[in-house]
Design a protein around this ligand. Sequence first.
Ligand code: PGA
Length: 236
Amino acid sequence: MKKLIIANWKSNKTREEVVQWMDEFGEAMRVSQATRTMRTDVVICPPMPSLMFVSNRLLDRQLFAGVALGVQDLSPFAAGSYTGAVSTRNLEGFDVRYSIVGHSERRRYFHETAQDIANKVEQCLEAGITPIVCVDQEQIEDQAAALDPKHFAKLVVAYEPVEHIGTGVAQEVSEVLTMMTRLRAAFPESRVIYGGSVNPENLENFSSQSEIEGFLVGTASLSAADFYEMIQELSV
Ligand code: PGA
């Protein structure tokens, strides 16, 4: 089964830096086209103001076959009077395939609850967008209980231990595997992935484990070269 790798740039990068990243990534993809076929599902989640630009770039399907567009968050409400929120209707026409929901930074700094996140999942699924639901240990069962079980098969669930996010030190593989088992029990049929300081140096430890079906990558995805290297590692 193909692994999934998701780039989450969070609120980093100027417009110019996004252009540079896409140029560099595109060039790496162009050079490698002849020698390999993509065996990884790739998602790029840029900051909202760069969505149109990245979406337009990804229209080059020859170059970016297997690369999908995602958003880092979206509104828990349908289109309407919600100043500052981005609804699924706003995203129409950009070919957004995924949305991260319930990232620990959203839970922590924006006080999102399991129910807010469940509402976002509903918005996603109504619009045909795959939700990437992030949970840490203590949220697994509560988050699962807030969701409609009939949706489980349509979700990606990312296990994200907060103390390993942005630190450069990933969690031990054995601990991640234990949590994958717990995720599978709580979210039957969801695609389960890991996130927390995954980088080109430590990816191999995780990618050889079939139980870990993909990766949510923050810091290491800020470099096009590093992100591309990780895709290659997953494609061998
Ligand atoms: P990190 O971020 O790779 O920088 O640890 C991961 C995440 O926040 O999903």
